[in-house]
Write a protein that binds this ligand. Structure first.
Ligand code: ARG
Length: 266
C-alpha cells in the first residue's frame, strides 16, 4: 500500500447543461443517482488501491467542479490554480483556491491571459513538466509553470477536439520502464517524439481511445479503467500491473472519466 492522497469533488450537482467539448450534448439526461453510485464506487476503488481521498464540497452553480483534475497543478505544498478557457468553469477557480489555501497549500496564480486547465493538461515528472497545449491550455502557460516550478518543459500539441486534454489521450503507467499509453491521432506529432526519450510509448486503438481508456487513473500499482470494454486492460495486466474497472459512464457524457475526477496531491 502506498501513501498517496488525492482530491475529488462530490457529484450532487453534476449534469450536462452546456457544451464545451464534443462529448457534451446539450440537454442530454444524466442519471444523477447512477452518477453518484459510480462516483462513490470510484472513490472506494481508489481507497482500496491505497490512497486517501479529500473531497471538495460541490457547488450548485458548477456542475463540472466534479472534475478536480482541472483544479491546477500541484508540486509539493505549492499549487498553481487553473485559468479555465470557458466562462462556464471560471467560477471554479475561487472554489479550488479556497480549498487549497485552507488545506495548507501555497496558492499562486498564473497570468490571467494564459489559459491552463491543471492536471488535464500537465503533470510533474521528476525534473520535467509534461504538458499539452492547443485545445484548453496555452503553450505560454506551460512555459510559465515550468519556470515557476524550476522544471524542464516537455510539451506537445493536441489536434483532435474530442481529445481536448492530455489526460484524455495519454497516461503514464507505474512501471519501472515508464510505460505510457497514448492515442496517436490526438497529437499533432502522432509519433509523440518529444516524449520518446522519457516514456515507452504504447499506442491504444481508436475504439479504446473513444472509451477514454487513457483516462484511467493510476493509484500506486493499480490502474483504474472507466469501462470493462477496453482492450488496453489486458495490455496493462501483461505489464504486471493490477488493472481494475470503475465504470463512470454518466461522466463520459461530459467528456470525463476516472482521471478527470481526481487530482493526485501526493
Ligand atoms: N466537461 C468538462 C470540461 O469540458 C470535462 C473535464 C474533463 N477533465 C479532464 N481532466 N479531462 O471541461
Amino acid at each position: 500500500m502506498g501513501n498517496s492522497t488525492v482530491l475529488m469533488s462530490s457529484p450532487e450537482y453534476f449534469k450536462v447543461e452546456y457544451s464545451i467539448n464534443p462529448w457534451m450534448i446539450e440537454g442530454i439526461k444524466v442519471d444523477l443517482e447512477l452518477a453518484k453510485q459510480q462516483w462513490e464506487n470510484l472513490k472506494s476503488t481508489i481507497e482500496n488501491a491505497g490512497a486517501s481521498v479529500h473531497v471538495v464540497p460541490p457547488h450548485e452553480q458548477y456542475p463540472d467542479l466534479v472534475f478536480t483534475a482541472n483544479s491546477g497543478i500541484v508540486k509539493d505544498d505549492k499549487v498553481l490554480i487553473a485559468n479555465f478557457k470557458y466562462e462556464e468553469r471560471q467560477g471554479e477557480e475561487d472554489i479550488y483556491s479556497k480549498w487549497f489555501s485552507e488545506n495548507g497549500y501555497a496558492v499562486s496564480r498564473i497570468p490571467s491571459e494564459f489559459k491552463f486547465e491543471g492536471r488535464g493538461d500537465a503533470f510533474v515528472l521528476g525534473e520535467y513538466l509534461i504538458g499539452s497545449y492547443g485545445m484548453r491550455s496555452d503553450k505560454e502557460a506551460l512555459l510559465y509553470i515550468a519556470d515557476e516550478f524550476g522544471l524542464t518543459p516537455k510539451i506537445v500539441e493536441l489536434v483532435d477536439p474530442k481529445f481536448y486534454h492530455l489526460d484524455t489521450c495519454f497516461q503514464q503507467l507505474p512501471t519501472d520502464n515508464r510505460d505510457a499509453i497514448f492515442y496517436p491521432k490526438a497529437f499533432k506529432d502522432e509519433s509523440l517524439s518529444e516524449f520518446a526519450d522519457l516514456f515507452n510509448l504504447i499506442p491504444v486503438s481508436e475504439a479504446d481511445a473513444n472509451r477514454l481508456a487513457c483516462n484511467a487513473v493510476v493509484i500506486n500499482n493499480t490502474v483504474i479503467f472507466p469501462s470493462e470494454d477496453i482492450d488496453t486492460i489486458q495490455t496493462v495486466k501483461d505489464l504486471g500491473l493490477t488493472a481494475v474497472v470503475a465504470n463512470v459512464s454518466e461522466f463520459l457524457k461530459s467528456g470525463g472519466a476516472c482521471q478527470c475526477l481526481v487530482i493526485t496531491l501526493k
